[in-house]
Write a protein that binds this ligand. Structure first.
Ligand SMILES: [Zn+2]
Length: 610
């Protein structure tokens, strides 16, 4: 009789656990995520498996817990102190229920009055429910219920199938999730937020801002004319991660997020067996909210200066240097407000009476003051000196990463990519900061590849940050399945014979939308009147010309607009056609962004583009 009881409990427990577990383990959410991420479509089986790993484990755990709970209940019922049983059963149901309700449905904090009221309601309801059950079943009746359930063959069979299925699924997911292993080099991206290309020694700057970066560049392949896809962080890093232009990946404007379906560098590398690490000195535009964490095993986006951020990088890499890794390191120190550190006054003596204090910078205040003509040339030079000091500060800590790689003997097997998401304007075109225009001081960035056996070379042709992903995948021996990359492989010699692809840049953070196209030394900028929701006004100067056309070879500072002159005519029309093609491409991915509506199109038509 006792043995039969045990079998009954086991069968019924597994059956109930299997059903509960399906709903409460997150399996349904995981299936939704798999479909949103399109991992099967891209043949990213390792990532597909990793989506289910945790929910499947929870599903199995729920089965085990249900069996244990049934055993305890049944023991208690044998000794039958009904009050004790009711309270125990109530607690067993109450606590998981409260947890599930708070976790899945309520958005309030745990001790918010609404949460507490819901908890109380649940407690009363469950206590009442258990009390009724106690009345209905009593002793004896509970056991006979178990027997009756156990005698149903379907339940027995279902329980056996459930156990086999769960074991197989768990084993399968484990095997697929850990099979193979990356064969390419380790990959380290070092991105210095807001770093102008011409603020580095290796790009000709007169100040010694970057002795260590320069030395590393001297060992690698330097791209003298590299362009980001946008003049601010979010669309630019999304392009770096996806190899796609902003109007394709659609992480544009203040509200746009990277669609789950866009395959990102970390996802592609993780699927190949890399361990993936993200470190940022805190920039919310590349936060989880905008889905930049996709594919990263370790994601850190915290207010850390270069020194502490580098400490974290090195300690995580030290723990993980056994296998292949991809580390993304994003320094925020050259971005306003230039947090206080030993390098603020490296290139200028501190002015005690200046309103520009490290960490206390308010960019709107500075912009307004400058726009009103109340900022002296001396003030502007002081601010640029402070910026240069921050570049020198970051340079010092980048050296620590390079030294670590060399000390551990893995530098030659590590591809190091150094770049920036965008530059910074110091009144080159009458404004300050970034995100408001598409002039070279904002979109031209440093870019070089070092390590992995590369030797020094300087490339003069224009390249784009969207070219980095195809180049890295080629070096790691990874083939793209089912997804398109817009960029080209930068080390593929056969590309040298082909025409250099044009550089397409778009999406300002402030003011109406702007587009730019660069072909050779010619640059076209189109200033539309389309203001998207969530965008701020431009404080300070922004060009009112609908079309700007520059010859960068003779006029690198973009001071003379050739749009209306005879000489620019033919090339200008060609660039306009090309730009229109880029703008009109069908978006591959869905986004919550406002589409190019009729008004926008009409506007562009009046300017002669669509
Ligand atoms: Zn940035």
């Amino acid at each position: 009789m006792k043995e039969k009881n045990t079998t009954s409990l086991l069968t019924v427990g597994v059956f109930l656990g299997f059903v509960f577990g399906f709903f409460f383990s997150g399996m349904i959410g995981a299936a939704g995520e798999l479909s949103a991420q399109r991992y099967l479509f891209y043949k990213m089986y390792r990532l597909a498996a990793s989506v289910f790993q945790w929910p499947l484990f929870k599903w199995m755990a729920i089965c085990v817990i249900t069996v244990v709970v049934l055993f305890i209940l049944s023991k208690a019922l044998e000794k039958a102190n009904k009050t004790v049983v009711t309270v125990m059963a109530g607690c067993l149901v109450f606590f998981p229920a409260v947890w599930a309700v708070n976790h899945y449905w309520l958005t309030y904090t745990k001790f918010h009055p609404v949460s507490l009221a819901v908890d109380l309601g649940l407690f009363v309801f469950i206590a009442f429910f258990i009390w009724i059950l106690g009345k209905v079943f009593g002793k004896g009746r509970w056991e006979s219920l178990l027997h009756r359930l156990n005698e149903k063959r379907t339940i027995k069979r279902a329980a056996v199938v459930a156990v086999i299925l769960l074991l197989l699924l768990n084993a399968g997911v484990y095997v697929v999730g850990t099979s193979g292993g990356a064969k390419g080099p380790n990959i380290v991206y070092i991105v210095i937020d807001t770093l102008r290309y011409d603020s580095l020694g290796c790009y000709g700057y007169h100040r010694d801002t970057s002795p260590n970066i320069d030395r590393l560049a001297g060992e690698g392949v330097v791209f003298k004319r590299a362009y980001s896809s946008a003049p601010w962080t979010k669309p630019s890093v999304a392009s770096l991660f996806s190899g796609l232009s902003p109007n394709i990946h659609r992480a544009v404007n203040a509200r746009g997020a990277v669609p789950e379906a866009v395959p990102l560098t970390a996802e592609i590398l993780k699927n190949d067996g890399y361990r993936t690490f993200f470190f940022s000195g805190k920039n919310n535009f590349i936060g989880k909210r905008f889905h930049f964490h996709q594919g990263f095993d370790h994601y850190l986006n915290a207010s850390l200066k270069a020194r502490k951020l580098t400490d974290r990088v090195l300690s995580v890499l030290e723990e993980n240097r056994g296998g292949r890794f991809f580390a993304y390191v994003h320094y925020m120190d050259a971005h306003l407000p230039y947090g206080s550190n030993g390098f603020n006054f490296f290139f200028t003596p501190e002015k005690k009476d200046s309103p520009f204090v490290p960490g206390g910078f308010r960019h709107k205040f500075v912009k307004r003051k400058a726009a009103a003509g109340k900022l002296s040339g001396e003030d502007k030079a002081y601010i640029k000196s402070m910026y240069d000091g921050q570049v020198r500060y970051v340079d010092k800590h980048i050296e620590r990463i390079v030294s670590w790689l060399k000390e551990k003997g893995i530098f030659d097997n590590t591809l190091v990519v150094v770049t920036a998401d965008h530059g910074e304007e110091f009144w080159d075109h009458g404004n300050f900061e970034h995100g408001h225009s598409l002039y070279d001081e904002l979109i031209r960035v440093p870019l070089f590849f070092a390590g992995n056996g590369l030797t020094h070379e300087v490339v003069e042709r224009p390249v784009r940050l969207i070219d980095i992903l195809p180049t890295v995948l080629e070096m790691a021996g990874i083939k793209a399945h089912g997804y398109r990359l817009e960029g080209i492989e930068l080390f593929d010699k056969s590309n040298d014979k082909k025409p250099v692809p044009p550089v397409f840049v778009m999406n300002t953070l402030y003011g109406p939308e702007k587009y730019a196209l660069i072909r050779g030394s010619r640059k076209l900028i189109v200033n539309t009147a389309d203001m998207y929701p969530g965008k701020d006004e431009v404080i300070g100067y922004s060009s009112q010309d609908p079309v700007e056309f520059y010859d960068l070879s003779g006029d690198p500072g973009e001071t003379e607009n050739l749009a209306d002159t005879e000489t620019g005519g033919e090339t200008l029309a060609g660039l306009q056609r090309m730009l229109t093609e880029f703008i009109e491409r069908e978006p591959t991915f869905k986004s919550k962004q406002v589409k190019l509506d009729k008004k926008t199109k009409d506007q562009l038509k009046t300017l002669g583009y669509l």
